[in-house]
Design a protein around this ligand. Sequence first.
Ligand code: KG4
Ligand code: ZN
Length: 352
Amino acid sequence: MRILGIETSCDETAAAIVDDGRTIVSSVVQTQIDIHKVFGGVVPEVAARSHLEVILPVIEETLQKANTSWEGIDAIGVTYAPGLVGSLLIGTLAARTLSLLKNIPLYPVHHVEGHVYANFLLEKAPEFPLLALIVSGGHSQLVLFHSHGDYELLGQTQDDAVGEAFDKVAKILGLPYPGGPSIAAAALKGDPRAFVLPKAKLQSPYDFSFSGLKTAVLRRVQAEAGVAIDFPSFELAARLDEATRNDFAASFQHIAIETLVDKTMAAYKQFSPRSVVIAGGVAASQELRRQLSERLPLAIAYPDSSLCTDNAAMIASLAYYYAQQHEPIDPRNLEVVPSLSMRNTAWASTPH
Ligand code: KG4
Ligand code: ZN
């Protein structure tokens, strides 16, 4: 089954063709990072307009690269939730229109579930029960999959997502957006033990909280810079020398990643899954990969970084497994759901 995946939930316009949920035939990702960089974060209206400009060329390029005509596409899978409403609308409208015009079955895909399926594009597919650490700009959660579509949400963030914390701390330190890669680069030159930062203590062992850590960084930076707590945060970075900035990046990254790995290890010990996977933009972190491989008594394979950040190959993969259990949706009835979390033991992909 050859599936065209379409993804526009945030600031990447992406399309991909994947065979039987496992083999990437072609994948195109057009990122808007340079457009949003000047604002220090994603501007929703600008994102929607950019998706509109490139969605059709991106889909065309994906078909061309796969050397496939529309007759060769068996189904379309599209991200319909969660994400920015204007961005989701562009991708779903394109998918719905193409499904109707070309008479191709359409399957709705949940973006956060989709991130986990980047791991099904690896040479060896993960096995169930599967423990997934899903960490992106909008999500931090631990999910235990019993099989495709049958999962338990073990815990999630109570405030900021970990990627969001990377982005906000980068802003405080005057490092460019997105924060994950720029903090990782600065951290290479810094000392992770330079600043002792707190780990949040929560009632549930699998829940996360990162806003306290972000505030702790802000307060330490203010103290280092010798300014009061009401000093404008956008002027702070100019008062840090490069070595101190690198030390902050390394110390923050170390503690944020260690927190993720602590919780993953606790869940691993309690549930004894056959596979552990990491998913979402923060899964691109080399520090996360290093710390997890070091502590996990299980061989773990990591998807290429380009499959951890937003892409459509993961969406096409999930659409394949979803299609094994569900009828396609009537393209006239597909609506976007901007804030739909993964729920316990049900495909969040089910739109009704
Ligand atoms: O999954 P994604 O591309 O978009 C969302 O669905 O949110 O994740 C983007 C997030 C950003 O917060 C970015 O800072 C973070 O992933 N990220 C990283 C790294 N690369 C991207 N965080 C830590 N280390 C990285 N190397
Ligand atoms: Zn994402």
